[in-house]
Design a protein around this ligand. Structure first.
Ligand code: BYC
Length: 331
């Protein structure tokens, strides 16, 4: 019997109900799915989409911060920022490698990004105007990334889950270095405190948008949660982030720019004001302040790096030929 529309069925494939049920049973037993295991085409595509977007986010995410490496206020700050940006390049590589195990090449994924067909996180389409933004990105953006990524360490797809474990350890360092920058500014001169507040004012709402549309508008959540790719809904993770971050802002003496923010004693959670979803979709669809620059910068980096990729391939080919010749001579 063949099914369309059953969990995991994909419109372009005909997967038997038996196959889909057996796959779901593996997921429900918390078994890890590995690249060579049979899997529904919809599961594979969902992962390629999400891991690809995640990889692009890490790589594009290097740009707003890279912009400040030469302007970091001290050598210590410069060294930490350099290390952080380098970590993000590494995260992108683990993620591209995880996606490659599903049969898509890094070149294909990059082509889609540069052609504007693949998404990356909306947050990186906002400009970094002051040094305080580097602190706020670490504090809020990496803080949101950790909240989203800790559950991904338990994702049903083995290579993604394993990559996330190391990524989360590094993100935790990133979040702390960001918070420490903001703390220094918030406890500094009145002008430094103003910079910190201005930065929080600009990054708060875009950080909440990182978690994706509200659950009622999230097209992929239900299926991704059934497959245990996602463990929590977008709204649940956003709420956890707000609950964790508001007290941090209070500790810094900064004000979260949401007049409707209230702590609800009964639920134990903060209630927040309306998110501007029009702005979110405008940015996701390419209308943010920095979308065009980000893609242009990635394209330039990709084109400028062509000779490195060619040289690496030529070197690998030379080594392979040399090893083959040595083996032949030994026979
Ligand atoms: N920006 O059905 P939904 C980082 C898209 S941090 C752009 O809820 P899903 C870093 C979504 O792709 C960021 N697009 O989707 C930190 C979908 O469009 P498509 C990276 C977004 O996948 C510091 C549509 O909206 N983290 O790396 O179930 C420094 C409907 O959404 C956004 C990850 O990528 C957004 N914010 O849930 C450097 C984590 N939100 O694909 C780097 C892994 C939604 O149908 N990803 N969309 O065209 C995830 O956890 C999930 O993919 C999301 C979205 C929660 C983001």
């Amino acid at each position: 019997m063949y099914s369309q529309g059953l969990i995991g069925a994909d419109s372009s494939t005909t997967e038997s109900e038996e196959f889909l049920a057996a796959f779901q049973a593996r997921i429900d037993r918390e078994e890890k799915i590995e690249p060579n295991d049979p899997m529904p085409e919809g599961y594979r595509r969902t992962l390629v989409r999400q891991i690809g977007q995640h990889a692009h986010s890490e790589i594009v995410g290097m740009l707003p911060e890279g912009n400040w490496i030469t302007r970091a206020p001290t050598l210590r700050r410069k060294a930490a920022l350099l290390a952080k940006v380098q970590d993000e390049g590494g995260h992108g590589l683990y993620l591209y490698s995880a996606a490659e195990t599903l049969g898509v090449s890094r070149d294909q994924m990059t082509e889609e990004l540069l052609a504007g067909k693949a998404k990356y996180s909306s947050i990186f389409n906002y400009p970094t105007l002051t040094w305080a933004d580097i602190g706020t990105i670490g504090w809020l953006v990496d803080g949101a990334a950790i909240m989203n990524q800790i559950p991904l360490c338990r994702c049903s797809f083995g290579p993604y889950a394993r990559a996330m474990i190391r990524v989360c350890k590094e993100e935790s360092f990133h979040q702390r270095q960001g918070y420490e920058i903001v703390m220094t500014l918030a406890k500094g001169t009145p002008e430094q405190k103003r910079m910190a507040q201005d930065s929080l004012d600009r990054w708060w709402w875009p950080s909440l948008m990182m978690f994706g549309p509200s659950d009622s508008d999230s097209v992929h959540s239900e299926q991704s949660m059934t497959w245990k790719i996602k463990r929590f809904s977008n709204d649940d993770l956003r709420q956890k982030f707000i609950d964790a971050t508001v007290p941090q802002a209070e500790y810094l003496g900064l004000k979260v720019p949401d007049p409707d923010l209230r702590f609800n004693e009964e639920t134990g959670h903060y209630e927040h004001g309306e998110i501007d979803w029009d702005e979110f979709w405008r940015v996701v669809k390419g209308g943010g302040k920095m979308n065009r620059d980000r893609i242009a910068d990635r394209k330039k980096a990709w084109d400028d790096g062509a000779w490195v990729r060619e040289a690496a391939l030529a070197h690998a080919e030379k080594r392979r030929a040399r090893q083959e010749a040595t083996l032949e001579a030994a026979e």
